[in-house]
Design a protein. Sequence first.
Length: 430
Amino acid sequence: MANVPAAPKKMDAISTFFYRYRRVIKFLKLFFLIAGPGIIVMVADNDAGGITTYAATGAKFGYGFIGFLIILGPIAYVVQEMTVRLGAITKRGHAEAIFDAFGSFWGWFSLGDLLLTDLLTTVTEFIGMTAAASIFGVPPLITVPVVIVFIMALNLSGRYWTWEKIVLFLCIFNLVCVPAAFLVHPDVAQIFKTGLIPQGGFNGTIFFFIMANIGTTIAPWMLFFQQSSVVDKNLGEKDIKMERLDTAVGAFFTIIVAVFCVIVTGTLLKGVNIQDAAQASRLLIPINKWVGYLMAISLFDAGLLGAIAISLASSWAWGEVFGWPHSLNNKVKQAPWFYLVRLLILLVAGTIVLLPGAPLVLITLFVQVIAVTLLPAALVFLVLLLNSDEVSGKYKNTVSQNIILILIVGGIIVMSSLYGISTVFPHLFK
């Protein structure tokens, strides 16, 4: 009889376990309900140009850029978290917010900036997809129209929810660089030893690769895409905390893919002059066919995700500015101009890729540099919007957030200037 009181304690332990279990399940259900914009924008940022940049970086510098890439993860999160707050608070996309706050001159400037970078970047997505598909014997004349039809077909349901879940599924294939890196059996000790600082001193080549890696990790289209996505998904202030987590998870996967892609080429192709990720795949196939094919799959998926997200960022922006219906919850008949803008971007980009003699490799590498050169202007608008009491209210930037963003903008301007100086006066950085 003396042991009878022990039963309630046992029951309390069981009750506590199930209470915590239910809380975890509830949290996960809520996360998967809200997650999407952050993961998609971050994973899609590892687009065809990104995979090419990482492959070329690993081949050129081995593991030397890994530390730099890891730093870019938190930086990308800081920038994208701000678009989450703006979208949830204002219920307006980034283009509409700029027009309302700064007037038509700066509004058209930002929209023109976006259109230029989006069109050029979409070209690189088709370059990557056609090159990857050709490894499997599919010619560009088939790849381009099939991809365009597939991307536009994603809109036929007229539901944002359906579109988002399909794209999230496609994001999984972006991670195939991870098993590929394990298959090459890298020297882990060497990664930690040489993966912090790029070797060879500062010169024009170093500056170019630094800017290319920044440009493929933080791009102007990302600001417009995520803010508009938050609005289209109808997320509000109560969802900001969970959407921050969504963005953090996306940033984590972005850097994981970047680092593991560098490890693959840094292990097997160091010292080889890589022009694009497709070339890296072809060179890897004779060494390890599975690694080569995984790299090709990653490149195609990256290009597809990039084309989906970037073309949508532009059509959202144009819809906001002109007041057209511009939601993925609208069917094509309900928002014809919204979908037409997207189709035109895809058609123009795909046609450029099919032109004989087009300098595709040069376009792929320099688009990243162009994107990072134009990025400071977009970030300045972002910081101004998030320091406005009228626009952001209690969610305006803190002093520390402003300092971080100013340092990011300043760093990009410095690196852009140094790259320009190193190009004109190469002897200064030998």
